[in-house]
Design a protein around this ligand. Structure first.
Ligand SMILES: [Zn+2]
Length: 179
């Protein structure tokens, strides 16, 4: 696989090197309209610090990101006259992630808007489900231990993050883990 060493697109948006339509900004979070969105009002909510996938984002920033997403969802309800929103993360390449910078999508929804986020429900086997339940229970024992450190806001003059070969590798490895 070719190692890519390109400046992260999202970091360039954060640094104003790529113009964007900003709908919200604070020291940790930036939210912009997706120019190629599903509908007008489709927002990207992202950390100003560079993280490829959700597992890398510190708890404090996750909190701030979902708080902002919730408020943006409310703003969409108030101002765009929609009946619903989808708030979702494409975490990893197989999940549809296209840029190596963690992003939350907030999508305005109306009845019969033609946006398809649905999957076919299946009848899963009891045995399979039990195995998965045990595996997950084992791994989720530590949920509830939150990081205490508050991450410093990103310095504004910082250069857009260059994705290193190492990070690219990590990203790819995480992707495989998620399949
Ligand atoms: Zn980035």
């Amino acid at each position: 696989m070719m190692a890519t060493k390109a400046a992260c697109l999202v970091c360039q948006i954060v640094e104003n090197k790529i113009p964007s339509k900003k709908v919200y900004e604070d020291e940790f979070v930036l939210a912009v309209l997706d120019v190629n969105g599903a509908v007008p009002g489709h927002c990207f909510v992202m950390p100003k610090n560079h993280y490829s996938i959700i597992e890398q984002v510190p708890d404090i920033e996750i909190g701030r990101l979902f708080q902002a997403s919730n408020k943006i969802s409310s703003a969409i309800f108030e101002s765009l006259g929609v009946q619903g929103t989808n708030i979702f993360v494409a975490n990893g390449v197989p999940a549809g992630q296209t840029v190596a910078h963690f992003t939350i999508n907030v999508i305005p929804r109306k009845d019969n808007d033609g946006i398809n986020l649905q999957w076919q429900p299946k009848q899963l086997s009891e045995e399979e489900m039990s195995t998965v339940e045990l595996k997950l229970k084992e791994q989720t024992k530590n949920i509830g231990h939150f990081e205490k450190e508050e991450k410093k806001p990103r310095a504004y003059a910082a250069k857009p993050k260059i994705i290193s070969e190492e990070e690219e590798e990590y990203f790819t490895k995480q992707m495989r883990r998620l399949t």
